[in-house]
Design a protein around this ligand. Structure first.
Ligand code: UGA
Length: 438
């Protein structure tokens, strides 16, 4: 019966506007439905209405974007007097001639270590991180707790949020930005390309936009990657070698970052230093990296995929220990010259640098596994596989003479020593009531 009622109701709605009984209206002669002008305005009105309905309905119908590249569009709570007080106190410089540094990606692997080293020597440090779920966020929370204990506050937010960044620069006149927030990982770029564009390109540009208008402008040191060398075959990789053949979208976004840095340096006088990190490893590391999940899987008795190149060619990496990287980052900050612009205008030429931060000692992945076997006292189930075409390059090898000369950079930790420290951390972190790494 209700269906009948509905039917009749639907029947009453005219299928075309022309069916409206408007004939008796006194305005009939001026607003005739068959007049094309009136038709046009009516349909424009309907169309506009539909757009508005769509626009206002869509966010509520999907409150959490399912595309992870959009995950950082979620809203974060920031602001208020108490929040500003925490920001100010965390960024307060406690040593003579110390810096006030905004560290983006502070809950990340390198970000945590750099923040803690800066704080230890008396610099003011404010962290920023969006705590995304690219890998287990509980590890990021544990790093956050660690920093919290040493007096570093991490603001929860995204580098794409201009209002937040502007607010931070309003509250603190940062002398430096250590920009480590990024979508990392070479192979994941095939699964979620948008997240790389979102963080490594759009986010970086957004940060530079805010830095360029800040007064004073900060000097910026940021994380590029050894992956920019891509298919380059000249070894060891030197900063002057070609970097126009990236093998992954990740590498392409990092290379784009280097070009973007050039532009902001050229137009706005921002002091910019890019650091090409070579496969950084160590305690509190990233679970998506091979040394980390190999450790987990060897302990679980799971087989581990070990890549080899064509004709049983060795795949090798210039693995670099985190403490050496931290020294390189601090030296880059210490030697960074001031930006020259103000109020968004360049006043003179500013410093623009790119450095390799590697270990200058490539190690085959199969040797990395042998070291882990010895340290863990467990034999690995090796599954030798052809290097998949997913962005990986066959080998990396850094020439660090430029960083040595300009930054006094000198790595001192070999893979055996560094992995020993990693394994010690891993076993203590994932034991004692803590669940095994997933
Ligand atoms: O140096 C860099 O620029 C990059 O270093 C790492 O990238 P990658 O060197 O690929 O590090 P892993 O993913 O840990 O891989 C290390 C080695 O293990 C190999 N591998 C990886 C995964 C796997 O299942 N099997 C395997 O043999 C890779 O081919 C590579 O040779 C980081 O993940 C990037 O974020 C960083 O920018």
């Amino acid at each position: 019966m209700s269906q009948m009622k509905q039917m009749s109701h639907l029947d009453n709605i005219p299928s075309t506007p022309g069916k409206f009984k408007m004939e008796k209206s006194p305005y009939i002669h001026r607003f005739r439905w068959h007049s094309s002008l009136a038709k046009l305005s009516f349909w424009s009105f309907v169309f506009l209405g539909l757009i508005l309905i769509f626009f206002f309905r869509s966010p509520s119908s999907s409150p959490m974007p399912s595309d992870p590249s959009r995950r950082s569009l979620r809203t974060y709570n920031w602001g208020g007097a108490a929040w500003e007080k925490r920001v100010r106190s965390s960024a307060r410089v406690r040593s003579r001639n110390g810096f006030s540094v905004l560290v983006t990606g502070a809950a990340g692997f390198v970000g945590t270590h750099v923040s803690s080293a800066l704080k230890r020597r008396g610099d003011g440090v404010l962290g920023l991180d969006n705590f995304n779920d690219y890998y287990d966020p509980s590890l990021k929370r544990a790093r956050q707790a660690l920093l919290e204990r040493s007096g570093v506050f991490i603001v929860e937010g995204d580098i794409n949020d201009s209002a937040l960044l502007k607010k931070l620069f309003e509250v603190v006149a940062f002398t430096h930005v250590m920009h480590l927030a990024a979508q990392a990982g070479v192979r994941y770029a095939m699964e979620n390309p948008g997240s790389y564009v979102h963080s490594n390109i759009a986010g970086f540009v957004n940060l530079l936009e805010v830095c360029k208008t800040a007064n004073p402008q900060p000097a910026i040191v940021w994380a590029s990657s050894s992956s920019v060398y891509g298919l380059n075959t000249k070894v060891p990789f030197s900063e002057r070698d070609r970097t126009d053949q990236p093998a992954s979208l990740y590498a392409a976004t990092k290379k784009a970052g280097e070009e973007i840095a050039h532009t902001y340096n050229h137009i706005y006088g921002l002091s910019l230093t890019g650091l090409r990190f070579f496969t950084v490893y160590g305690p509190w590391g990233r679970p998506d990296m091979a040394y980390f999940f190999f450790t987990r899987d060897i302990l679980k008795g799971k087989s581990i995929p070990i890549f080899e190149a064509a004709n049983h060619g060795t795949v090798a990496r210039d693995f670099t220990y985190i403490d050496d990287i931290v020294k390189g980052c601090l030296a880059a900050l210490d030697t960074a010259e001031k930006s020259t612009g103000s109020g968004g205008k360049k006043k003179g030429p500013a410093q623009l640098r790119v450095f390799n931060l590697g270990n200058t000692s490539p190690v085959p992945v199969s040797d990395l596994v042998s070291i882990l076997e010895r340290l863990l006292k467990v034999k690995a189930k090796r599954n030798i596989m052809k290097l998949p075409r997913n962005g990986d390059v066959q080998f990396t090898h850094a020439n660090i003479s430029y960083a040595q000369r300009e930054l006094g950079y000198k790595p001192t930790t070999d893979l055996q020593t560094g992995l020993k420290k990693f394994v010690r951390w891993y076993l203590s972190y994932y034991s004692g009531g803590k669940k095994a790494a997933e």
